[in-house]
Design a protein around this ligand. Structure first.
Ligand code: E4P
Length: 216
């Protein structure tokens, strides 16, 4: 399973790039507004220059024509930009049209297997089931990831499953075991994935024992 960062924070993205394991980034209008950023194009272009892999940028208009126009404009910003299109009926039409133009789409706000299946049939490169938001309303978000992976495998669909709305490291464990191709994680969760108290205790012990060796 590959790891994407789910953020519009440039420092986090630079740190993730240095770690060498972040192969893409997902942004959304909420993440951009959280950073107090206003020049969306400049932000997306900067992220695309830091991370050579897929960087998802979302359309922020309604209606097929407006979405198509904005998606085609965003697609010119960088060669590695991927267009996030919502899992709606208009969105489906837009995904089909963009796929015909060879523009990569990440179908976002996916909350059901049917949405994922239709997105894949329309040619989306990625579908993003929102795990945490399903958990929030009392559903099992990870079960949706498992179901989508199973059905895509069954029908040999090329669309990749991008587990999104990840809230904690256990989500990453279950997504990996379910066979999700990618998990997009907040920076905090990425840090938590690598942390283990026994590693910290063991490391501190090794360092202090080594110091006593030096003092002999
Ligand atoms: C994915 O592409 C979205 O940006 C993201 O995962 C949404 O997560 P949230 O439910 O924490 O806002």
């Amino acid at each position: 399973m590959r790891i994407f960062l789910d953020t519009a924070n440039i420092d986090e993205i630079k740190k993730g790039a240095r770690l060498g394991i972040v192969s893409g980034v997902t942004t959304n209008p909420t993440l951009v507004s959280k950073e107090g950023l206003s020049d969306y194009k400049a932000v997306v272009k900067e992220i695309c220059s830091i991370i050579p892999g897929p960087v998802s940028a979302e359309v922020v208009v309604e209606g097929t024509q407006a979405m198509l126009e904005q998606a085609r404009e965003i697609a010119t910003w960088a060669p590695n930009v991927v267009i996030k299109i919502p899992s709606t009926i208009d969105g489906l039409e837009v995904i089909s049209a963009l796929t015909r133009d060879n523009i990569k789409v990440n179908m976002t706000l996916c909350f059901s297997l049917n949405q994922a299946l239709l997105g894949a049939l329309a040619g989306a490169a990625y579908v993003s089931p929102f795990v945490g938001r399903l958990d929030d309303v009392g559903h099992d978000g990870m079960q949706l990831v498992k179901d989508i992976v199973e059905v895509f495998r069954y029908y040999h669909l090329k669309t990749e499953v991008l587990a999104a709305s990840i809230r904690h490291p256990l989500h990453c464990v279950v997504a990996a075991k379910a066979g999700a191709h990618i998990a997009t994680v907040p920076f905090k969760v990425l840090m938590q994935m690598m942390k283990h108290p026994l590693t910290d205790v063991g490391n501190a012990r090794f360092l202090s024992d080594w110091q006593s060796v030096q003092q002999r």
